[in-house]
Design a protein around this ligand. Structure first.
Ligand code: COA
Length: 382
């Protein structure tokens, strides 16, 4: 396999973007990435998207997006793995460059959620229809069950989850792309309305429109395009049961641990080597589970990490410096690419107000469903 680098990144603002369509979001992000890479030539395109068909009635996104980017004729493929669609699109692009098949590949993700009529129902199609949705459960409900299991097993409290949200909003307030740029106090979180007990509004990621993209090329060509390439050290992916009840233990996101271990092994690094990480905090409890599954803290200590500042800027391992899905927003198909964009910026020293000083190795973890798919990428500035 060839070594692969990221040479340009782009993303739209995240939020309720009523004046932009699905294709507009893609094109803005893709042009940003291509401009960053200094190229208008692309050999292949991957588009991460969870549910264009149900949110805006649009399928067949590969050729549609290639055409609107002015690259009709270029092979273009939509990649779907629920909320991990973006991360899986990046993995596909990485594999195509690593294999030697193509040199310049665009990895992108896009979702237009606010135009949809039944967002909660559409999202729920990523859980098991026969064994979960039929009984009326939604994603907030499933993550509420994960939270309850975590509380019972490890003694996690509502306040522990709330510190994760406080951190997210503190970081997101400094991110010009974020949907919610408001600092929230512990009291704000603890008194926000209950969505699915014990999860409150401010423990949940919002409904978001947005797009993100990056251009990949072989590492040995990267300096033709940029003086700040970032190498992809590893791509680790895993799956688990869609049905939460079929998991060995719903309190632990095994799929995250498996994908993380695969990535650590491929990169030849451990959790101790990671300087900055973006993890899939679709609900605050998911971030706590990810701390443990990725080995940032011992199992059972995830609940303490945000409160004690371990995952804060300036802490031992800063997590979700972008504001995470909670504050930056969660346009499901775009999220995995946007997480990686944040890590690339950090490793180039372009993190602005949330720059982690001296960050050399970064990790992005993107998850689908209630933990049925996960993909982890590890990057290094070169
Ligand atoms: N965090 C912070 N504020 C939020 C928010 C969030 N997650 N979601 C909505 N708001 C704000 C809105 O801006 C609005 O504020 P305003 O009154 O000042 O304008 C207010 O809360 C009400 O917004 P509304 O859109 O009516 O909220 P809602 O009750 O319809 O939706 C959730 C709230 C949490 C149910 C919805 O965001 C949701 O379903 N989130 C989860 C998405 C999800 O499951 N993603 C996939 C994960 S696997």
């Amino acid at each position: 396999m060839r070594e692969v680098a990221v040479i340009g990144v782009g993303m739209t603002k995240f939020g309720e973007l009523w004046d932009m369509s699905l294709r507009d979001l893609f094109v803005e992000a893709a042009l940003g990435a291509m401009k960053g890479a200094g190229t208008d030539s692309i050999d292949s395109i991957y588009v991460g998207n969870m549910s264009g068909g149900q949110f805006v009635g649009q399928e067949h996104l590969g050729p549609l997006m290639a055409d609107h980017l002015g690259l009709g004729g270029v092979p273009a493929t939509r990649v779907e793995s629920a909320c991990a669609s973006g991360g899986m699109a990046l993995r596909s692009a990485y594999l195509e460059v690593a294999s030697g098949m193509s040199d310049l590949v665009l990895a992108s993700g896009v979702e237009k959620m606010n135009d949809g009529a039944d967002v909660t129902g559409v999202l729920a199609t990523a859980s098991d229809q026969e064994e979960e949705v039929y009984y009326g459960v939604t994603f907030p409900g499933l993550y509420a069950m994960i939270a309850r299991a975590h509380m019972e097993k490890y003694g996690t409290t509502e306040e522990d989850m709330s510190w994760v949200s406080v951190k997210a909003h503190r970081n997101g307030a400094k991110n010009p792309h974020a949907q919610f740029r408001r600092v929230m106090s512990l009291e704000d979180v603890l008194t926000s309305s209950v969505v699915a007990e014990p999860l409150r509004l401010l423990h949940c990621s919002p409904v978001t429109d947005g797009g993100a993209a990056m251009v990949l090329c072989p590492l040995d060509r990267a300096h033709e395009f940029t003086d700040k390439p970032v190498k992809i050290l590893a791509s680790g992916a895993a799956t688990s049961s869609l049905t939460l009840a079929d998991r060995a233990d719903p309190a632990d996101l095994d799929v995250v641990e498996l994908s993380g271990n695969r990535a650590y092994e491929m990169a030849g690094v451990t959790a101790e080597d990671i300087d900055v990480a973006e993890v899939h905090d679709c609900f605050a409890i998911a971030e706590i589970c990810c701390y443990e599954a990725l080995g940032f803290v011992e199992k059972g200590f995830g609940k303490d990490a945000a409160r004690e500042g371990i995952t804060d800027l300036g802490g031992k391992i800063p997590v979700n410096v972008s504001g995470g899905l909670k504050s930056k927003g969660h346009p499901v198909g775009a999220t995995g690419i946007a997480q990686a964009v944040t890590i690339i910026e950090q490793l180039r020293g372009e993190g602005g107000e949330v720059q982690v000083e001296g960050a050399k190795i970064g990790l992005a973890q993107n998850m689908g469903g209630s933990g049925a798919s996960s993909v982890v990428h590890i990057f290094q500035g070169v």
